[in-house]
Design a protein around this ligand. Structure first.
Ligand SMILES: Cc1cc2nc3c(=O)[nH]c(=O)nc-3n(C[C@H](O)[C@H](O)[C@H](O)COP(=O)(O)O)c2cc1C
Length: 236
């Protein structure tokens, strides 16, 4: 886990939209919610205007099970052996240093953006060989929160959220959702088309209470902090 002080929690938010739009806005709201908790440090990475390439599958270069087995190739952070020089180098280090990770995506054809899929695929290199020979995924025991924004109310947010949650599970992370039953379940499902629309997105809950995406994002940020602190306290 990032750092070694349970009172200090690092929360990373990533917006995998190619524009400064709704996803970016909600991820920043989630980070604001997280930052309201004392001792929390937040970091934002947005992919708008940044170069990110898909994984080329040359895992014999970056995957620790192979690279670290060759003594001449032992490196502290094998993911930096990736020959593609793009934003992933910044993303990898930020992911490894964080205690909690909030991933946000626009919904494209009912799924996560190609940019987020590229991040997920290229996290294959995020592992390390331990003294006993086992491989420890670098993101193990970190806490994850998911955000998806689509143009329509039922435009594929749930499927995109599920993809993110599956990624967290694959990495042996702990996915967390929203704390109250009448909010949303396994992440924030925002609705909006033009940049900024999602900041006005609201609807009535089961009980007739007004619910909105900004509050949900802030609650998600806080949930990630709460669980990250709990887990970090147990591990240290
Ligand atoms: C390539 C593309 C595919 C899209 N697919 C969907 C979709 O399947 N469902 C939907 O409701 N909206 C879809 N949209 C609309 C976006 O999800 C919506 O504009 C969202 O606000 C984009 O987030 P951003 O502002 O963070 O970029 C699509 C937009 C684009 C550009």
């Amino acid at each position: 886990l990032g750092g070694n002080n349970v009172s200090k929690i690092i929360i990373l938010g990533i917006s995998a939209s190619p524009r400064h739009g709704n996803t970016e806005a909600l991820v920043k709201e989630a980070l604001m919610g997280a930052a309201e908790v004392e001792g929390v440090q937040t970091k934002f990475i947005g992919l708008a205007g940044r170069q990110i390439n898909p994984c080329k599958g040359c895992v014999n270069i970056c995957h620790p099970a192979i690279t670290e087995a060759k003594p001449e190739k032992i490196v502290d952070r094998p993911w930096h052996l990736c020959p593609q020089k793009d934003v992933m180098h910044e993303v990898w280090d930020a992911l490894v240093e964080a205690d909690g990770i909030i991933l946000g995506t626009p919904v494209y054809y009912g799924e996560v953006s190609a940019q987020l899929k590229a991040i997920m695929d290229r996290c294959t290199s995020l592992a390390r060989i331990m003294a006993d020979g086992t491989i420890k995924p670098e993101l193990k025991y970190k806490v994850g929160g998911a955000i998806a924004v689509a143009g329509c109310r039922n435009g594929g947010q749930e499927r995109a959220l599920t993809t993110i949650v599956h990624f967290f599970m694959f990495q042996q992370m702990f996915p967390v959702g929203l704390p109250e039953v009448e909010d949303q379940a396994w992440g924030v499902a925002g609705c909006g088309n033009n940049p900024g629309d999602v900041l006005k997105d609201k609807w009535a809950s089961w009980f007739g209470k007004e619910v909105n995406s900004v509050n949900n994002a802030r609650k998600l940020g806080k949930s990630v902090v709460t669980v990250a602190r709990e887990i970090k306290g147990k591990l240290i």
